[in-house]
Design a protein around this ligand. Structure first.
Ligand code: PHE
Length: 459
């Protein structure tokens, strides 16, 4: 049975950049920048993308292309059977992350309908009620998961690649349009200054920790999403330049999202510390102040943009467990896609209900020294996104260092890139994968366990 392939290098780059660019860039990045004190956070994020994420990304793509397998099947080919566990961790992380990511994607899609179609600008003030309305949000979640399954079921080049090649340019065009528009608003210069001029006194361990965790999540690393996409890449392609493009696209779009958001936020005098609700609570009012017609157009475009960005990411999150089921259980892609999507949707139901609809899931569990209980969705995010991704990343670099060996990694990278061996880049990558990445990822994991689960904050 043929597993499918990306039809071209650009197709792979569009799909992998589509995976990386998601809610992480347009929803999470601006509010993390807002909480983390602006430009200082942006700078830390850029540094980590370069020294940590780029080497890990190259490694994941190389493992995928070498083995032509999903993460569960890939590790044992290069090492031995026990490493399956690491692949399984990746598949499991994909299931958990998609289960709640889809809920947030449903909010974005629902907002597109409320603002773009209905012109309901008051929705920002009733964000809490909106996310508690599980029937409406659930319906948008079903549509979203359905779209995701539809794309994945159509296969690698006919579904994932094709959708990404259309959605990515649309997304970039909408962002550019909104940036130019946001700059025409009064007060926008203050927003740009907050975003671009670093205040180094704001850098502390917590800011470093968030920037680090965010960079890793934003580049879709640590769960084998890029092992899976890498397994569909042609041997002719240059992995290094592809990874460089993907990293630059992700960083570039996060950067542009900030350039668009902060002028909007400052022009309305909104608190930058607004957290997860920053976009959902504050932007509808911004759009409303533009008048009913322009507001609908710009606001509708914005939430459509957010939905598109989320869609190319949910596709990659679904692809990891689907590739596992297709490769290992020999089930046809079409039925695998729909069944896995259904299971993940069911796993996400407590997250859907945990935003006010059902008290049990909304105040689910108390941990990490917090006084009040955490909701189900945050709990799962703390486990899968904050802990499993760095753990998966750490084990992957250790796997390369001690099991697969750096020479074999070089061998794979050199295919499609004849000048690689002996180059400065090879030394840079080896040093990072063997020294810098394990240290940084181990520290990240320790900081996460201390701050999220044990309530110990070393600032
Ligand atoms: N990188 C995506 C985002 O920024 C999320 C993601 C994480 C997708 C891990 C796939 C794997 O939203």
């Amino acid at each position: 049975m043929s597993r499918g392939n990306f039809s071209s290098k650009i197709g792979f780059i569009a799909a992998a950049a589509g995976s990386a660019v998601g809610l992480g860039n347009i929803w999470k990045f601006p509010f993390e920048v807002g909480k983390g004190g602006g430009a200082a956070f942006v700078l830390m994020y850029l540094i980590f993308c370069f020294i940590l994420c780029f080497p890990v990304m190259v490694t994941e793509i190389a493992i995928g292309r070498k083995t032509q397998k999903n993460p569960y099947g890939a590790y044992p080919i290069l090492g031995f059977g026990k490493w399956r566990g690491l692949g399984l961790l990746g598949v499991f992380s994909g299931v958990l992350i998609l289960s709640f990511y889809n809920v947030v994607a449903g909010w974005a899609f629902g907002y597109f309908y409320e603002i773009g179609i209905k012109g309901n600008f008051g929705i920002g003030n009733s964000f809490g009620d909106y996310v508690a309305d599980w029937k409406t949000v659930g319906a948008f979640g079903i549509i979203f998961m359905g779209l995701t399954a539809f794309i994945v079921s159509r296969g690698v080049s006919g579904g994932i690649e094709k959708a990404s090649k259309i959605l990515m340019p649309v997304l970039i065009s909408i962002i550019l349009f909104l940036i130019i528009y946001s700059w025409t608003l009064p007060g926008s210069t203050e927003g740009i200054k907050f975003y671009l001029i670093p205040d180094f006194s704001k850098i502390n361990l917590e800011v470093i920790h968030t920037a680090l965790a965010h960079a890793f999540f934003s580049l879709s690393l640590g769960m084998g999403a890029l092992i899976t996409y890498g397994s569909y890449v042609s041997k002719k392609d240059n992995i290094l330049s592809s990874a460089a493009f993907i990293t630059v696209a992700d960083v570039g779009i996060a950067f542009l999202a900030g350039l668009m958001m902060f002028p909007f936020v400052f022009s309305q005098g909104i608190d930058t510390n607004g957290g997860a609700g920053l976009i959902f609570m504050t932007l509808p009012g911004v759009f409303g102040s533009l008048g009913p017609l322009v507001g609908r157009l710009i606001g509708g475009l914005f939430f459509l943009l957010l939905s598109f960005a989320a869609l190319t990411s949910t596709v990659s999150l679904l692809e990891v467990p689907v590739a596992y089921v297709v490769d290992e259980l020999k089930i046809k892609r079409k039925s695998a896609s729909w069944w896995v999507a259904l299971v993940i949707f069911l796993v996400g139901i407590p997250s859907l209900l945990g935003n006010g609809a059902v008290r049990f899931f909304s105040s689910f569990i108390t941990y990490g020294g917090k006084e009040s209980p955490t909701d189900f969705m945050t709990f799962i995010a703390d486990i899968a996104l904050e802990s499993f991704l760095p753990l998966g990343g750490l084990l992957t670099v250790l796997f390369v260092a001690f099991v697969w060996k750096k020479e074999n990694l070089s061998e794979e990278i050199a295919i499609g890139n004849p000048n690689y061996k002996g180059s400065f880049l090879e030394k840079f990558l080896h040093f990072n994968i063997l020294v810098t990445c394990p240290i940084i990822l181990a520290l990240l994991l320790i900081l996460t366990v201390l701050s999220k689960f044990l309530g110990i904050h070393l600032v």
